[in-house]
Design a protein around this ligand. Structure first.
Ligand code: CA
Length: 237
């Protein structure tokens, strides 16, 4: 891929030199422009001063806890944050997503996997920004007219209960991002209901049955086991 002024800038926040070198080499070979930070504070400073399109964030940094870095990054940039972590525990994932991370990759991962996640993260940003202004949200065969409060699947109007609609809206407002159980419960039912995970699973099942053509192999409403749910911006082919 030719190098030019339009190569997307990727901020790498990672303290291990070897890992930084691996990421830098892989990104340069695939048309991205890496910017490197070795501490959380340095990463936040770069995010605030340069126009970054994607952030790759190591969760084990010497100065700041990973979720704290995500929170500070979110004050400066809406760029997707992909967390890179050696740990694969649900708790670690949940705290990263709760802080505002978009995706989570467990080390070790392949270059192909990383590039695929980066492409998905960037795809998800574009429709969100465009559709906010138009108040029409669309993802694959799903369309929501937010002003009118009407949902279409394959251009057929869909009947949703008020709770189902609210749940779908919260997911659509955060399209592409994993929403944790807590975030969804808070967004739909309010802060007093954040422990009622079973409500969520029931309503999610209803919503999926109405929206995904094959609820057993959902293409749009994806489960992140033990963590939460994600509405995809596009259907995988
Ligand atoms: Ca580290």
């Amino acid at each position: 891929m030719p190098m030019n002024g339009h190569d997307p800038r990727v901020l790498i926040i990672e303290d291990e030199q070897q890992m930084r070198r691996f990421l830098r080499t892989s990104l340069l070979a695939h048309g991205y422009l890496p910017i490197e930070a070795s501490t959380g504070a340095q990463g936040v400073a770069y995010a605030s001063s340069s126009n970054v399109e994607i952030v790759l964030l190591d969760m084990g940094l010497p100065d700041l806890e990973g979720p704290e870095v995500v929170r500070q990054l979110r004050e400066w940039t809406d760029a997707p944050v992909i967390v890179l972590s050696a740990r694969n525990g649900e708790k670690d994932k949940i705290s990263a997503f709760d802080a505002g991370a978009n995706d989570y990759l467990t080390k070790p991962f392949s270059v192909a996997e990383l590039l695929a996640r980066m492409r998905a993260a960037r795809r998800n940003v574009v429709p969100q920004a465009r559709d906010k202004a138009a108040s029409i949200f669309s993802a694959g065969h799903l369309k929501i007219d937010v002003d009118a409060g009407v949902v279409f699947v394959n251009d057929q109007e869909l009947h949703l209960t008020p709770i189902e609609y609210k749940l779908l809206l919260v997911l659509a407002e955060n399209v592409g991002r994993v929403m944790t159980h807590q975030q969804l419960l808070k967004g739909v039912w309010g802060t007093r209901y954040t422990s009622r995970t079973q409500y969520l699973h029931v309503y999610m099942g209803h919503l999926r049955a109405k929206i995904d053509n094959d609820p057993n192999r959902p293409k749009l409403l994806v489960t992140e086991p033990g963590v939460g749910y994600r509405l995809r911006a596009t259907e995988p082919s």
